[in-house]
Every structure is written in structure tokens, then in C-alpha cells.
Design a protein around this ligand. Sequence first.
Ligand code: TGC
Ligand code: FAD
Length: 391
Amino acid sequence: MIKNNWFDPFFVQENLSEEEKLIQNNVRSFADNILRPKVVENNRNHHFERELYKEFGKLGILGSTTNSHGGAGASSTAYGLSAYEIEKVDSSYRSSISVQSSLVIHPIYNFGSDEQKDKYLPELISGHKIGCFGLTESEAGSDPSSMKTTYKKDKDGYILNGSKNWITNSSIADIFIVWALNENLETHSVKGFILEKNTKGLTVSPINNKTSLKISPTGQILLENVFIPKSNCLQNTNGWSSVFSCLNKARFGISWGVLGAATECWLISKEYVENRIMFKKPLAANQLIQKKLADMQTEVNLGLSSCLLTSKAMDEGKNIINAISILKRNNCKKSLDIVRDCRDMLGANGLIEEYHIMRHLVNLETVKTYEGAENIHSLILGKNQTGIASF
Ligand code: TGC
Ligand code: FAD
């Protein structure tokens, strides 16, 4: 008899290596046993346990594609699968991994000096140090090139002035990757700097009133005449393309991750409608409900199959810039649609914390916004098709 493969109609699992399956199973069991039991309480209290980073480190999911300094040298697919499993529990936890791996370890590994790699990577990969990535400012969100934060050359280094807003982890970070423009407007080139906690002139303040991604700490950074020694400048950056290379990697992880949130809510609502009796029959016996389940199955699996293809292309060194914008934009949009339908299928119970769905729904509003809002990815794709920038 042919096995009913409704959950994995495109055989994604069969296309994974043994190592990728093992990593996925380990991360799933960590997510189930360590993260899920406390997620409702942590969300209610806006609480992130910083010790979790050490657990992420032990699991090998920080900088997992890095080949040195303790990195697991895993495939991009394995990185994506980890994001998928972790985001089944909460987008905040996936954000913790994305920021540390793609926005902190990645730039140090790719653009740092050997000394910087030796000094920072082992502790970031093991989770003994926490990093953050400061690009966005209050007046420079979708258009980071209009940032006001500047650097100027000083005798043995640089002086930084400015501020950053909406920075994940900034209130708990040991290490800050900060992007700034040359004070000289004619040059105006962008550079990345590594700042350490307690540097004179660097202050952070948490944003405590978010209604979304509540477990993930977010904050503001203020830089007042901060002196950065030359040795803490990322030496090998090449203008904006270096900044975007970090974003590419984070957007890729998000594309897998949001499908985790969607899968989780799809399965919760499937079980609910199979068991909920209304009009003397299960809700799942109604055509309108089955159509919704079919839509969820379709979008999750189309998304996962495309993520898998993109991961393989990424590891082959192909240009995946368009794929990433398509996936970041579409998977966030489709996941939000799915989770909203799930909320509806549970009726009043869909509003209850313990069913998890409302939390995923409000989290996905953040995920749709950061790392290039949905509109911005439309404009990137439009520009790449037509050659005309319409930002
Ligand atoms: P543009 O003129 O298009 O490009 C400037 C230079 O960069 C190159 N480039 C890329 N390189 C690599 N990968 C990409 N995806 C690239 N896109 C562009 C480009 O070739 C050019 O190179 P060169 O050598 O010719 O100079 O730049 P623009 O200023 O017009 O960019 C416009 C736009 C809107 C696309 C860009 O600003 C953008 O993507 N805005 C969105 C901002 C954003 O995504 N911010 C994210 C902040 S970090 C965050 O949200 C973390 S959330 C926490 C978590 O992930 O969990
Ligand atoms: P805006 O740029 O003001 O955009 C508002 C709306 O207008 C959006 O819908 C956008 O799509 C739309 N829009 C903008 N321009 C156009 C246009 N030309 N045409 C059509 N529509 C347009 N940033 C970091 O640097 N590091 C972090 O760690 C980080 N973490 C974050 C964590 C959270 C919880 C959140 C919410 C944000 C985080 N961000 C971070 C910031 C995030 O990247 C920005 O919020 C995002 O880039 C959008 O910028 P904005 O909020 O200023 O919106």
C-alpha cells in the first residue's frame, strides 16, 4: 500500500543527509524539552534566559555553518532546519540564533582579522558571549543608508557618534557589531566596528513595551564619542555589499523559520478541528475547514521545498539574492495567512495563551517587518526584474 505522505508530499525528508536529519531531530527534541515547557510564561513576563545561549552553543546551532573556532561546519540546509524547529516554539528563540549566527559570527568570520576571529568567535559560537547587530536607526529603517551614525579617524582608531534603535539583544549583549558612515560626506563609506560592553560612551536602554516577540530582548544603543581602537574595525568589509551579505544569511534563516511557526499552528488547528464537535459532527468534516487545511499544507510544503533548493544553491556558491527576497517575502506573508486562519478555526479558544496561536500571530508581524519589510522585498525583486529602483 502507498504510504499517505500528506505531511511531506514533496519528500523533503528523503532529500536530507543523515547528518541533517540528526541535527533536525536533536534540535526538535531540545525545542520540545527545554524551550516549549516555559514559553507561555516567558512570553507573559517578557523573559529571556541568557543562559540559554550556552545551551544553543552545546547544541551546535550558533554559527553552525562556520568551519573553524568550534563551528560545526554544517550545511545551510541544517541551519535552515534548526531555524524551522526552533521557530515552531517561538520566533524570539529563532531570532536569538539568527542574530548571533548571521549578524555577529558571520561578519567577524568573513570580514574580521585573524586576531578578531581568535578573540571573539570561540565564545560567540559556544554561547558564552552574546552579540547584537546595530544597523537600524529611528530615522533609518528600510533605508539604512540614510543613517546618522558616523565614524571619524582618530590617532590610533576611530570615534563613533550616533544611535541605533530596535536592536535585538542590545540590552544583554557583550559584543556589538555597529555600522557607521564616514563623517566626511564626500566619502560617506560604511564601515563595521566591534564594540565591547562597558566601552566608554556606549549606553543601552531596553524597549520594554513591545507587544510582539516579547521573549526576545530589544533595545536602543547610544554612542557618544566612543573611541574604537583600529584593531576593532572590521578590516575586510567592502561597503554595503558586506552589510547585505549578513542580511542575506539572516533572511535565509527566517525563510525556513517562519514555516516552523506556520507548521506548528497548522498541526494544532488540525487536531483541534478533528476533535471539536459542532453541529453534531467534527469541524474537520466541513468542506470550508478542509479547504483551509489544504491551503496550509500547500503553502508550508511549497515553502519548504523552495527553501531546500535555495539551501543547496547557497552551498554551491550560486547567486541566491532573488531567491532570498522571494522566500523572505512570501514565506512570512503565507505564514501570517496560515496562522490567522488557525486562530479563526479555534474560535474563542484561539485567543487562549496555551494554544500558542495568538503568540505566533503577533510574532510574525515582527518577522514580516524586520530584515527587509514585505514591501521592501517587493521593491528589491521589482528592481532586479526591471533594472529600475523605485524605493
Ligand atoms: P543598493 O544600491 O541596492 O546596493 C548597494 C550595494 O550593495 C549590493 N547589494 C547586495 N550585496 C549582497 N547581497 C544583497 N542582497 C545585496 N543587495 C545589494 C549592491 O550590489 C551594491 O553594491 P556596489 O558594490 O555596487 O556598491 O543599495 P540601496 O541602498 O539602494 O538598498 C536599498 C534596499 C532597500 C534594498 C536596502 O537598503 C534594504 O535591504 N533595506 C532593508 C533594511 C533591512 O533589511 N534592515 C535589516 C536590519 S537587521 C534586522 O532587522 C535584524 S532582525 C533580527 C533577526 O534577524 O532576528
Ligand atoms: P519603515 O522603514 O519606516 O517602514 C514602514 C513601512 O513603510 C513598512 O511597511 C515598509 O515596508 C514601508 N516602506 C518603507 N519604504 C517604502 C517604499 N519606498 N515603498 C513602499 N513601502 C515602503 N534592526 C537592526 O539593525 N538590528 C536588529 O537586531 C533588529 N532587530 C529588530 C527586532 C525587532 C523586534 C524589530 C521590530 C525590528 C528590529 N530591527 C533591527 C529593525 C528592523 O530591521 C526595521 O524595523 C525594519 O528594517 C523596518 O524599518 P522601520 O521599522 O523603520 O520601518
